[in-house]
Design a protein around this ligand. Structure first.
Ligand code: ADP
Length: 637
């Protein structure tokens, strides 16, 4: 059989181009990736062999072997794991299976420093071989395949690869790297030994190096010249092969946790933080949870796959087991190892198991504790919040049991800060409430600027009452679904009733409003008549000080235009929402309008005053042209 030539998936070709340049400064990472792949292949076969011992009976001892051949200039990484069939090699080593690759590739800029960060998050796995090799040969045989169904796959990393069936005696995979001249240091034993130890000490499979051993010199009578010592090569295990999480947390160094994280996740960056817990008692488990530095690009898409690695009695069972953490903690990665589940547990059974539910509860607490601990470091937490804040905001609604716990971890911008940085916690807010304040005021808008300059908060600001400012898509939904924190009710600053306490002038304000309504009865009536059924009603306002008008709905919470666009985009037909117009009778513009004797011109005034309130609330109008026309005609006098 002759080899067939295949073109790489476009994304792979692009990635390979980038790789050789952008990851060059960190080239030894190829070893981590290949050792990780080998260890995954062994984990998978180990798992299968639990129910079918025959699979491994001809070669029962799992190991990864690394051998340099100085004459040939090659470095070979071998494993006796699962192996690949020809079809598997063609698809696994020719495409990138991860969803969202397209979007990811679009983000690449050509700027090496930036791109290498991005590639780091993406995890390039096998393709990192081409950082150090100008040709890569893979020989493999699937555990399910016959001797004549072995595979040879080969590529120089430039656009195409070739592959064919070959004879192969043993199962498993050899990755043969034909090293570039500039990377020949990876043929040196001490370089290899150092890198391998770094990348494999924490994994449970033994990693063996083809190492030179010097024989004791033979002493010959009468010869005084030292003869050159003889040597031979043999396999030497160079890693501890003790799964990191089984060790005592006190004895594991930070660097080891970091390396293990990279092995687990294929992330090139260090993690932001981690939590390692060994729990004994009625429910025994060990968990090692990590938070990455950077959010994966698909964190908010439906394709996002997440979850912990599951081990039962240290045996790898499955990847991305979602059942152990709630969705809003999907950015947490890591593993859980337990004795409380059977080895043959399936994904389906896992979902239904009572043990899983208990573990989920415990691990959720662990994750929240880890985030809580992170919050004590303001800078680190800001970094975390920027990446995962919006994800965490799903928590108070998704996870009723931990609602207050999650709310405590949220951060907002506020009128006190004067910046769009989200750094105010609800506890900060409550801690500095003014005398007599018993509500938490917030405002959702389309942007930070729109919120900070909104007419709704003028009066609250004047009274020195802090308002939390929100403009993320999710905020509206979040605030619509929670009502209080530590017995303090959330009140939207755009609500028709701000529920100000008497001490804060609530009663006074009510009286003032009533008095003002009486006083301005004619003005209100005139506006009502002019606007007709465009509005639900017209009222005098006590919340406005600098603006002539604003719009409110009856409910406590308004639907921002962002929310509307979102719903419209999802194909929902929205009922035309009618607003109540609030008017500030003391504003010069309102006074000027009221002084207009001509009723047709007054109608234009009324419309402009109403529509500018809509505009500042929603950042847009249904019929902007008519607004501009009215405005211009008034400006011309
Ligand atoms: P990842 O490991 O993130 O899936 P890689 O590019 O490193 O991405 O590998 C792609 C796929 O190729 C793996 O998921 C696996 O199916 C297969 N593969 C790679 N190396 C091996 C190996 N040593 N043994 C068996 N399969 C492998």
């Amino acid at each position: 059989m002759t080899a067939t030539v295949h073109g790489f998936q476009t994304q792979v070709a692009k990635l390979l181009d980038l790789l050789a340049n952008s990851l060059y400064s960190n080239k030894e990472v190829f070893l981590r990736e290949l050792i990780s792949n080998a260890s995954d292949a062994i984990d998978k076969l180990h798992f299968m062999s639990l129910t079918n011992q025959d699979l491994v009976k001809d070669d029962p001892v799992f190991h990864i072997r690394i051998r340099a051949d100085k004459d040939a200039g090659t470095l070979t990484i071998s494993d006796n794991g699962l192996g690949m069939t020809l079809d598997e090699a063609n698809s696994h080593l020719g495409t990138i299976a991860e969803s969202g690759t397209e979007e990811f590739m679009k983000k690449l800029t050509g700027d090496a420093a930036r791109d290498s960060q991005l590639i780091g998050q993406f995890g390039v796995g096998f393709y990192s071989s081409f950082i150090v090799a100008d040709r890569v040969t893979v020989l493999s045989r699937s555990v399910n395949a016959k001797e004549n169904e072995g595979v040879r796959w080969e590529s120089t990393g430039s656009g195409t690869f070739e592959s064919e069936n070959i004879e192969r005696k043993q199962r498993g995979t050899d990755v043969i790297l034909h090293l570039k001249d500039s990377c020949k240091e990876f043929l040196e034993e001490w370089t290899l030994r150092e890198a391998i130890t770094k990348y494999s000490d924490h994994i449970s499979v033994p990693v063996e190096l083809w190492a030179e051993k010097f024989d004791a010199p033979e002493k010959k009578e009468g010869e005084d010249k030292e003869s050159k010592p003889k040597s031979h090569f043999e396999w030497e295990q160079v890693n501890d092969a003790k799964a990191l999480w089984t060790r005592n947390p006190k004895e594991v160094k930070d660097d080891e946790y970091k390396e293990f994280y990279k092995h687990l996740t294929h992330d090139y960056q260090d993690p932001l933080c981690w939590a390692h817990n060994k729990v004994e008692g009625s429910l025994e488990y060990t968990s090692l949870l990590y938070i990455p530095k950077t959010a994966p690009w698909d964190l908010y898409t439906r394709q996002n796959q997440h979850g912990l690695k599951l081990f039962v009695q240290r045996v790898f069972i499955m990847d991305k087991a979602e059942a152990f953490l709630p969705t809003y903690l999907r950015f947490v990665s890591g593993l859980v190892d337990t004795n409380a589940l059977p080895l043959n547990i399936s994904r389906e059974l896992l979902q239904e198991s009572a043990v899983t539910r208990k573990l989920k509860k415990a691990l959720t607490k662990r994750a929240l504790q880890m985030i809580g601990k992170l919050a004590s470091d303001k800078d680190k937490y800001a970094e975390f919040w920027g990446q995962f804040g919006n994800c965490l905001k799903e928590g108070p609604v998704e996870d009723y049991d931990n609602r207050d716990e999650v709310l405590k971890l949220l951060r907002f911008a506020s009128t006190k800060d004067g910046t769009s940085a989200q750094s105010v916690s609800l506890d900060d807010y409550i801690g500095r409430m003014v005398k007599g304040q018993d509500k938490i005021y917030y405002l959702t808008a389309d942007s930070y600027e729109a919120a900070a300059n909104s007419p709704y908060i003028e009066n609250l600001k004047k009274k020195g009452i802090e308002v939390l400012l929100m403009w993320e898509r999710i905020d509206e939904w979040l605030m619509g679904n929670i009502s209080s924190y530590k017995d303090k009710e959330f009140v939207s600053a755009s609500a028709s009733d701000l529920k100000l306490s008497d001490e804060l002038g609530g009663k006074e304000e009510k009286e003032r409003k009533e008095a003002s309504a009486k006083e301005n009865k004619d003005l209100i009536e005139r506006f009502k008549k002019a606007l007709g059924d465009k509005v639900k009603g017209v009222e005098v306002s006590t919340r406005l000080t600098d603006s002539p008008s604003c719009v409110i709905t009856d409910g406590n919470r308004m639907m921002t235009s962002q929310m509307k666009r979102l719903l419209e985009a999802s194909g929902q037909k929205l009922p035309d929402e009618k607003y109540t117009l609030e008017i500030n009778p003391d504003h010069p513009l309102v006074k000027k309008a009221y002084a207009e004797p001509d009723e047709t011109r007054f109608e234009k005034w009324a419309e402009v005053i109403y529509e500018q309130a809509l505009l500042s609330d929603q950042g847009g109008l249904k019929d902007p042209a008519s607004f501009v026309k009215n405005l211009n005609s008034l400006l011309l006098g």
